[in-house]
Structure formats: structure tokens, C-alpha cells
Design a protein around this ligand. Structure first.
Ligand SMILES: [Zn+2]
Ligand SMILES: [Zn+2]
Length: 398
């Protein structure tokens, strides 16, 4: 992984997030609406709570219509504060156009009053994610969740330091995602909200990957968790561990900045985990990934290339010896074709990731590609399939 610090602020989302916090939460000044006076955030949040949450309109009306109704006759301060929160909700997202992002503030304020330009309203690549259409569909809940985070840090008086403020925001969002939102708390939302992941990442991008969806996190951990020697129980830490294992060998066709920001969404990583929602699909994906690694390892060894990280350095000579010993025949199903199209499988692949030099001939067996994928599938279910007899019995019975 890169050792020089990554310059997050070259992308508007991270710069604007910091500016927003400085202005809105530390100086208590509006960010998105030109307004010189200090805001009384507590008072505004109380008013918003009453209009937007207590008097919640659960009709089928659109968000726009409801907001018009709920904030009818509200003070300028209430509208300014709401406009700032709505700005924060929309700002880092790709699937809301810059014009649309600005139009929210124009609902109540004139062209001249609303900040303008690419510095404030932007699209790709300055965004952090495309959270999908549910983020738009659940706008109401996402905004209530954002209000909760902002009002919690507002209540803790004395935030004069941006870094402390960001640490606190990341902490609140982390506990909202992993421990849930305490019932009865002001602006408490029970739904899983993407805004928590977004704010957590913006507040501490080095520690929290730019992943909005909870199911994306689960899928990544399920498919790749086994490559980490000592997987952390903390999902955020585990994601970083997985990233560290895969980083050198994956995503290398991406722009280095994109690889750093959206590693798991790289062209060669994303297809392995994305939409793999069932245990079975996740195991198949893990198996495909592992087989690819083993096959790559042989080629690399042949090229005498020095590669660190997850890639296995297995002797190509040893692999050939194993194929010769087995007569180029699949040990499970007997498949044989022109002394070609067979793979070499390591009976304990995970140990090979970690101690490549210790490989012995008896650790390797010849398998046809089909049996090889299936072998890794069973390995994801139980380590008992590291035993030759158990594995061959399973594969022959398939
Ligand atoms: Zn076979
Ligand atoms: Zn294998």
C-alpha cells in the first residue's frame, strides 16, 4: 500500500466536507446560503424536529410537497439550517446532478443567496460514491439520520478543533452502523442509513473505505475474509486487512487515485464480490478467486518475477513434478487431455499464502479445472477438505 499520504482534498467532497464543518458546526455560520449572522443551531434543530419529525406527513406526497407544507411559515434560520443539512446529504453523491443539488437550496432562496460554482456543486470524480436509487427514495430517513449526527455533535459544546470534530462524527456513525441507533434519541431512525457510511468515510477516509452499502461490506468480507491470516471481528478493520492483502496484485489497471479511493470497485475486484448475496455464490466466488491466484502463481514463478503480498510463490518445477507424478490426470475424476488443461492444487492453500517456501511435492495434486474449482468451494465450507482422502472422496462423489 502507498506509504506517502494520499491527498484526499484534491477531490471536492473531502475539501467541502471540512469547510462545511468549520463553517456550520464550529463557526455556526451557513455554508450553502449567504448569510452573515451566527445561527442558533439548537433552536433550529428543535424547530426542524417539530415540523419535520413530530409532525411527519406520512401521505404519498412527494418530498418536495411535504417540505413545502412542513416548513410553511418557518423562520429564515430554520430554512437555512435545513438547506445546509440537505446540502450535506446531496453533496458527495454521484447520482444527484450538480444542478439538482443546487436546486434544493433554491427552493427557498434566490440565485444571489445560494453559493454557486463547481467548488460547491459537482459530479464525478469529486463525489465519494453512487449510493444507488434507494438513497434518493429514502431521502427523508437519510436526512433525519444526518440531523441526528449533526445535533449530537452540536450538543457537545466546545468543538473548536476540526480533527476532534471529525473523530467524533466518525465515532457516532460507526456506532450507528454497527450497534444501531438508540431508540428515543432525538432524530433516531431505525432504518439502515447510507448517510452514516458516507459521513464516516468523509470524516476519516484513511480508516473507513468509501462503501455506502452495508450489503457491499458483507459481500466483500464473505468472499475475501479467508485471505487474511488473523481476521479482525471489526468489519472496518477487516476491510482494510483484505485491502492490504489484495492491493499489490489487484486494481493495477486503474488510475492510481481511483485505485486508492475505490479499491474494491476496481474492474478486477468488483465482479468477484458484487451481487454475491447468498453463501453459495460467495463460496463459488472465493473458489474462483483462489484458483486464479494459484494459476497466476505458477506463471509468475516461470517468469521469475518477484512479487510480494498475497501472490503465492510456488515452484513451477515442483508443480511440473506433481503433474508428471499424476500422469497429467485429474486425481479426482480421471480427466486427461493431451497432457494439458490440468491445474495444480495445493492441499492447504491458505498456508501457502503465508509460507510459500515450505511447499513439498506431497502437498500438491493434479486436478482438472472443474474439480479444482469445486475443491476450493468445499475448502470454504470446511478445513477438513485440506486432507487428501477427504477431498478426493468428496470430489469423486459429486
Ligand atoms: Zn476432475
Ligand atoms: Zn487449488
Amino acid at each position: 500500500m502507498s506509504t506517502s499520504p494520499f491527498n484526499w482534498k484534491q477531490f471536492h467532497s473531502y475539501r467541502v466536507f471540512d469547510e462545511f464543518l468549520e463553517s456550520f458546526l464550529i463557526k455556526r455560520k451557513s455554508y450553502v446560503i449567504q448569510h452573515d449572522e451566527a445561527l442558533n443551531l439548537e433552536e433550529a434543530f428543535d424547530d426542524i424536529e417539530k415540523r419535520f419529525v413530530t409532525d411527519f406527513d406520512d401521505s404519498e406526497a412527494t418530498f418536495e410537497d411535504k417540505v413545502a407544507q412542513q416548513f410553511n411559515g418557518a423562520s429564515e434560520q430554520t430554512k437555512i439550517v435545513f438547506a445546509n443539512v440537505e446540502f450535506l446529504w446531496a453533496m458527495p453523491m454521484e447520482n444527484i446532478t450538480p444542478e439538482k443539488k443546487r436546486s434544493y437550496a433554491l427552493r427557498w432562496f434566490d440565485e444571489a443567496e445560494v453559493v454557486s460554482g463547481e467548488r460547491y456543486f459537482f459530479g464525478y470524480p469529486h463525489i465519494i460514491a453512487n449510493p444507488g436509487s434507494w438513497y434518493l427514495r429514502n431521502k427523508y430517513f437519510e436526512i433525519v439520520a444526518a440531523l441526528r449526527v449533526l445535533s449530537l455533535v452540536t450538543k457537545k459544546l466546545g468543538f473548536t478543533d476540526l480533527e476532534n470534530l471529525k473523530t467524533e462524527i466518525a465515532k457516532i456513525c460507526y456506532s450507528s452502523i454497527y450497534e444501531g441507533v438508540p431508540k428515543g434519541e432525538r432524530f433516531a431512525v431505525e432504518k439502515v442509513c447510507g448517510i452514516h457510511s458516507a459521513l464516516m468515510h468523509l470524516a476519516d477516509p484513511e480508516r473507513h473505505e468509501s462503501i455506502i452499502s452495508a450489503s457491499h461490506r458483507e459481500q466483500i468480507c464473505a468472499v475475501f475474509g479467508h485471505v487474511v491470516e488473523k481476521p479482525s471481528a471489526d468489519v472496518e478493520v477487516l476491510l482494510k486487512q483484505i485491502r492490504a492483502e489484495l492491493y499489490l496484485s489487484h486494481g493495477n489497471n486503474e488510475d492510481p487515485d481511483l485505485k486508492y479511493r475505490w479499491f474494491f470497485y476496481s474492474k478486477d475486484v468488483r465482479p468477484l464480490w458484487n451481487d454475491k448475496t447468498s453463501k453459495r455464490e460467495q463460496r463459488v466466488s472465493s473458489a474462483i478467486f483462489d484458483v486464479r491466484l494459484e494459476e497466476d502463481a505458477e506463471e509468475l514463478e516461470g517468469a521469475r518475477e518477484e512479487v510480494t503480498g498475497l501472490r503465492i510463490l510456488r515452484s513451477a518445477k515442483l508443480a511440473n513434478e506433481a503433474k508428471l507424478r499424476d500422469g497429467y490426470k485429474c486425481r479426482a475424476c480421471g480427466f486427461h487431455f493431451e497432457d494439458q488443461i490440468v491445474h495444480i492444487h495445493h492441499l492447504d492453500p491458505v498456508s501457502e499464502y503465508k509460507r510459500p517456501k515450505a511447499t513439498k511435492l506431497e502437498d500438491l495434486i493434479t486436478l482438472c479445472p472443474n474439480c479444482h474449482y469445486i475443491a476450493h468451494y468445499w475448502l470454504r465450507i470446511s478445513p477438513e477438505f485440506k486432507r487428501l482422502e477427504t477431498l478426493l472422496a468428496k470430489l469423486s462423489a459429486k
